[in-house]
Design a protein around this ligand. Structure first.
Ligand SMILES: Nc1ncnc2c1ncn2[C@@H]1O[C@H](COP(=O)(O)OP(=O)(O)OP(=O)(O)O)[C@@H](O)[C@H]1O
Ligand SMILES: [Mg+2]
Length: 416
């Protein structure tokens, strides 16, 4: 078996990350090129300025290629997409197999998946169709009905939809001489791939990827995604609020937020003073560290409440046993775990891209969950034609048939 190359392009509001990788003959993933540059032309997860966005992607790609000292290894890429235009719906599809009884085949399952596409207008496109489970002649909870005999097959699928224009602009920002888009992946779905454990997925878990301009929400239940949405707000809003409170430029507020900020005012000693970095020739100023926490706490509370509103509207009655996993750069906010635990209860943890052999240390940060997740997504869904033969629509090539296999946990993981 030959090595296979995988490229991830994570287009974030604050940075674009390109990862070049190869799956070796042992099934191990080796990342050999990393490029991450501040992004331009992206607002709240959407491409707003195509030339700037393109320049950011090509700068990140060039950096990743420099890493290995050669060009043109990128080929086709798994590309993240985010933004509040993304929504999800769960659909069920029934196959009546009684007329010509035969074992359930991949062709039948493919037909069901295609049948489960929701009716959407031209402004929208299906991004993912993920089978959640099957009922075969009354037997519920069947994960893979291939080869079973059955008269009546019912499938539940999680369908993620996005705005066509935004998806097309994302593709435009990436496609270039030596890169094409293999598949668009909802950013939060990619982060879930790299951060959630198998147990969490089974028990049910809420994942929040708090980025700079967006917060992606993905809920897993019984092993598969059950709800996905994107909030148009992230860590940048905290920086903006802090800048207003301090009457300082954004870059100063960003530095202060990361170094001394907290969203948990009570855990900040009341007598601690910090000296603000100087800007525009101003005199040195000190402020009580606790004073920084007020606006940060308020904005983060608002983000958490928005997420809870979505979760409630999704129809989730009981909080899942797997709890809450926070990832994305915003998950590194001091005091966030304590604050979140007070709102939703334990368990709450920070999700790091985990478990891959040889994952470089510099990628073991919540800010890279989506980028690493894109590679894992690619590996999982790549050579699915021979496996199960389930097609998933991609925004990149909506008319072409594409084959995927159901999520499994075959990737090599470290133990301990
Ligand atoms: N230590 C830290 N404490 C608080 N916030 C942090 C810290 N490190 C990074 N952040 C915040 O994380 C955000 C960037 O996160 P991330 O890199 O996940 O965003 P992105 O993927 O570029 O954006 P998005 O996913 O919203 O499009 C910024 O708002 C930054 O201020
Ligand atoms: Mg992101």
């Amino acid at each position: 078996m030959r090595d296979t190359f995988y490229t991830a392009v994570d287009i974030g509001t604050s940075k674009v990350t390109v990862l070049l990788s190869r799956v070796g003959t042992e099934g191990d993933l080796k990342i050999f090129g990393i490029g991450s540059v501040p992004s331009e032309g992206i607002q709240r997860g959407r491409v707003e300025n195509i030339e700037e966005a393109r320049a950011s992607v090509s700068a990140a790609l060039a950096e990743a290629q420099r890493y290995i000292g050669r060009e043109s290894v990128a080929s086709s890429a798994y590309v993240s997409v985010s933004g509040s235009h993304i929504s999800s719906v769960n659909r069920s599809e029934i196959l009546d197999n009684q007329a010509t009884p035969e074992d359930i085949s991949s062709k039948m399952l493919s037909g069901m998946l295609r049948g489960s596409f929701p009716k959407i207008d031209q402004t929208q496109q299906v991004l993912h169709v993920i089978p959640m489970g099957y009922t075969v002649d009354g037997l519920t909870g069947v994960r893979n009905p291939m080869g079973l005999a059955g008269n009546l097959v019912e499938m539940e699928a999680h369908v993620v939809v996005g705005e066509s224009i935004v998806l097309q602009n994302t593709i435009k920002a990436v496609e270039a001489k030596d890169v094409s888009v293999k598949s668009l992946v909802m950013s939060g779905m990619a982060s879930a791939e790299s951060t959630l454990t198998g147990d969490e997925r089974e028990m049910g878990v809420v994942l929040l990827d708090i980025g700079a301009g967006t917060t992606d929400l993905v809920i897993y239940r019984q092993g598969t995604p059950w709800y996905s949405a994107v909030l148009p707000v992230g860590g940048y809003a905290l920086t903006r609020d802090l800048a207003a409170a301090l009457r300082s430029p954004l870059h100063v507020a960003e530095e202060v937020k990361v170094k001394w900020g907290s969203v948990d005012p009570e855990s900040v000693p009341s007598d601690e003073e910090i000296e603000l970095p100087t800007f525009q020739g101003q005199h040195r100023r000190s402020v009580p560290r606790r004073a920084l926490a007020g606006p940060l706490h308020d904005r983060m509370t608002e983000i958490m409440k928005m997420a809870l509103t979505h979760i409630r509207q999704a129809g989730m009655k009981d909080w899942p046993i797997g709890g809450l996993v926070l990832t994305g750069g915003g998950a590194q906010m001091t005091g966030l775990l304590e604050m979140a635990a007070r709102i939703v209860g334990e368990p709450v943890r920070v999700g790091y891209p985990y478990g891959l052999y040889g994952l470089p240390d510099q990628l073991r940060k919540p800010t890279f969950s989506a980028a690493v997740g894109l590679l894992l997504w690619g590996i999982k869904h790549h050579d699915s034609a021979d496996k199960l033969g389930i097609p998933t629509a991609t925004a990149a090539e909506p008319k072409k048939k594409r084959w995927r296999f159901r999520p499994s946990s075959r990737r090599k993981v470290e133990t301990g």
